[in-house]
Design a protein around this ligand. Structure first.
Ligand code: 0PR
Length: 356
């Protein structure tokens, strides 16, 4: 029997989505290309440069350096590697507790001390706590622009000042939030703060096919901190973590951005945020504690038996570290889906009331 992928009809907690049709088509066309070898696969290399330039436009930097990575994990590893290579010695990195677990992997791989600062009472990095943790050995301060669990944006300019005080680099993880934040009044990008490196993933809100992560550096010198010589390729150096890479991801990112930046992404953001606000109100009406959505992501304190009954009903849901239900309003999440979901929430609650 031919296996079929899941459909997105009940997927509520994923940070990935149905690729834009143009992105899907481009991915198929460029399947057998390798941007890791630009001397052979010239067209896809040009597309990659287009993507990097466009990501620069989206994040407020002219002439960025960077590449299309396998995802946010690789981009975060690379950010830490840049900082470690620039700093030398036995460095540490200071990040808020909300940072994605890819930083645990990065710190383990690179043997760097990862110091986690507590959050303020609205789930953002507490700047004073970050300041307490930095010292002369700090190579990197990390801020998150769109956290995985609550969609919060850290105070990036203030984190930049703390990094500056100890001569550390500043990395912003906008893996998920990067394609929504340009349409908000938040200060999160290269033009708002002395940001050195950034993660922004086309395969999340950018609506590209997987794998298409984004790693950006303010300038070539930072990316060069990762470069190794490649004597038997036509290109003479390589800064990527992996060698052979997905041309499908690169081409799909180029196609999605070409189609959607800026108006398509703006419309999507507005629709998704309206959906998140609608869902937050509906869950509040059910009597749950809801974390107010800042970006299109809703977390609510739904008890485990109800959560499990909703999973049994086929909803693809996940939880925060504190066991809250977490709904990510990605482009495939429509109002109709959310209405059907809230109907099921009410049915599950009634069933529970009957049973208790
Ligand atoms: N940074 C942030 C802020 C993230 O939210 C994530 C992924 C990453 C980095 C890492 O990105 P990659 O997974 O591309 O390496 N956050 C999601 C999570 O861990 C990833 C995800 C995506 C999970 C789709 C499930 C899913 O269906 O929840």
């Amino acid at each position: 029997m031919r296996a079929e992928p899941q459909d997105f009809g009940r997927v509520l907690s994923s940070m990935c989505t149905e690729p834009h049709p143009a992105a899907r088509e481009a991915a198929e066309r460029f399947l057998a290309t390798n941007p890791g070898d630009p001397g052979t696969y010239e067209t896809v290399s040009e597309l990659e440069q287009q993507v990097v330039d466009a990501l620069g436009t989206i994040t407020g930097v002219d002439d960025p350096a960077g590449y299309v990575a396998s995802g946010g994990t690789e981009a975060n590893i690379q950010a830490l590697r840049v900082a470690r290579n620039v700093a030398g010695g036995a460095p540490n990195v200071v990040a808020p507790e909300s940072v994605h677990f890819s930083f645990q992997k990065a710190a383990g791989l690179l043997d760097v001390d990862l110091r986690l600062a507590p959050l303020d009472d609205d789930y953002r990095a507490d700047v004073a706590a970050v300041r307490d943790l930095v010292d002369d050995e700090t190579a990197l301060v990390v801020g998150v622009a769109g956290t995985t669990e609550y969609g919060r944006v850290d105070p990036i300019p203030a984190l930049g000042r703390v990094a500056g005080e100890v001569d550390a680099l500043l990395h912003v993880d906008a893996a998920w939030g990067g394609f929504a934040l340009p349409f908000t009044d938040r200060e999160w990008n290269f033009s708002h703060a002395p940001v050195d490196t950034m993660t922004i993933d086309p395969h999340k809100l950018g609506q590209a096919a997987i794998p298409a992560g984004g790693f950006l550096a303010r300038d070539d010198a930072l990316l060069d901190a990762l470069a190794v010589d490649t004597p038997y390729l036509e290109s003479t150096k390589q800064a990527t973590l992996t060698g052979t890479r997905s041309g499908a991801g690169v081409a799909s990112a180029a196609a999605a951005i070409e189609e959607l930046w800026p108006d398509g992404y703006r419309e999507q953001y507005e629709r998704s945020l309206a959906n998140a606000e609608w869902l937050a109100d509906a869950l509040e009406d059910c009597g749950y504690d809801v974390v107010d959505p800042e970006l299109p992501l809703v977390s609510a304190d739904v008890p485990t038996p109800e959560f499990e009954a909703l999973r049994d009903a086929g909803w693809k849901l996940s939880r925060t570290g504190d066991d809250e239900l977490r709904v990510v309003c990605m482009p495939h999440v429509t109002r109709e889906m959310l209405e059907a979901f809230v109907d099921d929430v009410n049915a599950v609650r009634q069933q529970r009331n009957v049973n208790t």
